[in-house]
Design a protein around this ligand. Structure first.
Ligand code: DX5
Ligand code: ZN
Length: 223
């Protein structure tokens, strides 16, 4: 199954409830929530209070993507706010294993992300300890950037290893995903697809998500 995760970063922040309802009715599987601190990335977005407020309005699976320095400080807050999975960046902390332990001590899933500049080898030792690997297909920080196709080789490597080692691992791609390139990502082995500007700027989000699902089905991972 392919999960489509609209990124709220591209929504109208004055009308969050309406924006969320719109993508929910359009067939979104997850809601991708980008938390940025102005330090790990140059942009600032929103934090736990906003997530906690929208949690009361939505039953979607909350896919929280932390782009913050030393995320271990905030795992408790984002868990309480209603995250279903917390994904943090390998590059953002001194002790990734401690963050993984902190997340897995709670009743939520754990994801680990790598930015385009990070070699895939660096995430491999963590794969057996996490439920999702997030391969960034743009430099994190902003919505609406162009997809970097060369990052998909990392998805292929991770999927191959997950299959070889029998790991139950989701692979998420995030950044610049459109109806045109989503098939490249699924063929490489991704099964969770983040899409911000493509879905939120669409006049017909239901059609956009249906087209993404169709493209994904037409381009499955074949090993
Ligand atoms: C970028 C964020 C993404 C972003 C995706 O740092 O992690 O989730 O919102 O937006 P698009 O799909 O517009 O690239
Ligand atoms: Zn994201």
């Amino acid at each position: 199954m392919i999960y489509i995760a609209p990124s709220l970063l591209s929504a109208d922040f004055a009308n969050l409830e309406e924006s969320i309802n719109r993508v929910t009715e359009a067939g979104a599987n997850y809601l991708h929530l980008d938390v940025m601190d102005g330090l790990f990335v140059p942009n600032i977005s929103f934090g736990a209070p906003i997530i906690s407020s929208i949690r009361k309005k939505s039953k979607l699976f909350f896919d929280v993507h932390l782009m913050i320095k030393e995320p271990i400080r905030y795992i408790e807050d984002f868990t309480k706010a209603g995250a279903d999975i917390i994904t943090f960046h390998l590059e953002s902390c001194k002790d990734p294993d401690a963050v993984i332990r902190e997340i897995r001590a709670r009743d939520i899933r754990c994801g680990l992300a790598i930015s385009p500049a990070t070699p895939v080898e660096e995430i491999l030792p963590y794969l057996p300890k996490i439920q999702m690997a997030l391969v960034m297909t743009v430099v994190p920080g902003f919505g609406g950037q162009a997809f970097m196709p060369n990052c998909l080789e990392k998805v292929r490597v991770i999927r191959r290893i997950a299959e070889r080692d029998n790991l139950k691992l989701d692979i998420e791609v995030d950044g610049g995903i459109t109806e045109e390139n989503v098939g490249l990502a699924t063929a490489a082995g991704a099964n969770v697809i983040v899409s911000g500007s493509t879905i939120f700027r669409s006049k017909r989000p239901k059609l956009t998500i249906a087209n993404m699902q169709k493209a994904a089905k037409a381009n499955p991972y074949k090993g």
